[in-house]
Design a protein around this ligand. Structure first.
Ligand code: IPM
Ligand code: MG
Length: 361
């Protein structure tokens, strides 16, 4: 099969981790007989440095023409990087929001898994972590506060800032369907998270989720308020299977969920539209402090490549081979600095990529 993949190495550790993911994909290609075609494009700070803007129309067109997009990370140090002296719409993150919207990537899947080998890194008490957990946050990605009208006005001699939170029935329905569909392939439980005790958008969210739930009688559905959910994530993360939520809540809860795994360097994500097309990226950021030092953990990006094979190309066997290689490398005791523990062998980003590629069979 020909796989036409656009890569966005991006900023910070992005280029290093994407290089390792490509290495692993190449190996998958040679073992399973696929032809990987990679096209690199610029986004974020890297694009600002060349074009003055974080995402060009040409890049969007190139991404649209591909089968899938594999991204590293974008952005720099917000305190020191010159990119953050630019107006908000020209900063690196604006590129990310624009590509999500332009490609209609409304469904963001963020798995948060406690790897048995990394249980020691979990910051929760042992009596909580020993149960393990494996949840998937299904975050709405192209609506809500992120894309509502916003402005700053002057009123009675003082500035006033306005952000609007809007959701339509169809926006809620399509993400809810994605959530229930994926729950059917997992443990068949959906926790829909909202703030229905305060927000109209949440009350509509809840009503539509209940409507969609009728089509999935096998799936258990529960509704949880977002503040309670934030608390439950540290009290007993094992209760969650699919967490279905809107854009802003999903942004916050997914950081919390990844932190309780203790290994954010391991967590992949997928952003999907209504077709097989998707953008795949690690859940972590660009870590400018360790960029270019061969210290980054490429596993989250490698696992994002696995999600890409599974969701955009239906290559489940090949995706399984990547997931197995990750398990194997951990069992063999290799660790990058972020997940290092006593008795293990510490390796850099490049060597981790080599070790993973070697284990593809
Ligand atoms: C994320 C990030 C982005 C978001 C930022 C960089 C705009 O935090 O992907 O979670 O808020 O969506
Ligand atoms: Mg975030």
């Amino acid at each position: 099969m020909d796989l036409n993949i656009v890569c966005i190495p991006g900023d910070g550790i992005g280029p290093e981790i994407v290089t390792e993911a490509k290495k692993v994909l190449e190996k998958v290609g040679s073992v399973y007989g696929h032809n990987m075609k990679f096209t690199d494009v610029l986004m974020g700070g890297a694009s600002i440095d060349v074009h003055g803007i974080p995402l060009t129309d040409e890049t969007i067109a190139t991404a649209k023409a591909a089968d899938a997009v594999l991204m590293g990370s974008i952005g720099g140090d917000t305190n020191t990087s010159p990119w953050y002296k630019l107006p908000p719409e020209k900063r690196p993150e604006a590129g990310l929001l624009k590509i999500r919207k332009s490609l209609n990537l409304f469904a963001n899947l963020r798995p948060a898994i406690l790897y048995p080998e990394l249980r020691g890194a979990c910051p929760l008490k042992e009596e909580i972590s020993e149960k393990g957990f494996d949840m998937l946050i299904m975050r709405e990605l192209t609506g809500g506060l992120y894309f509502g009208e916003r402005k700053t006005v002057e009123e009675n001699g003082q500035k006033k800032a306005i952000d609007t939170l809007t959701y339509s029935e169809s926006e809620i329905r399509r993400i809810a369907i994605k959530g229930f569909e994926i729950a059917m392939k997992r443990r068949k439980k959906v926790t829909s998270v909202d703030k229905a005790n305060v927000l109209d958008s949440s009350r509509l969210w809840r009503a539509i989720v209940n409507e969609v739930a009728k089509d999935y009688p096998e799936v258990t559905v529960e509704h949880m308020l977002v503040d309670n959910c934030a608390m439950q994530l540290v009290r007993d993360p094992s209760q969650f299977d699919v967490v279905l939520t809107e854009n802003m809540f999903g942004d916050i809860l997914s950081d919390e969920a990844s932190m309780v795994t203790g290994s954010i360097g391991m967590l992949a994500s997928a952003s999907l539209n209504d077709t097989k097309f998707g953008l795949y990226e690690p859940s972590h950021g660009s870590a400018p402090d360790i960029a270019g030092k061969d210290l980054a953990n490429p596993i989250a990006t490698v696992l994002s490549a696995s999600m890409m094979l599974r969701y955009s190309f239906d290559l489940d066997k090949e995706a399984d081979a990547i997931d197995r290689a990750v398990d194997k490398v951990l069992k063999d005791g290799y660790r990058t600095g972020d997940i290092m523990s006593e008795g293990c062998t510490k390796v850099g980003c490049r060597q981790m990529g080599d070790l993973l590629a070697e284990r593809i069979n």
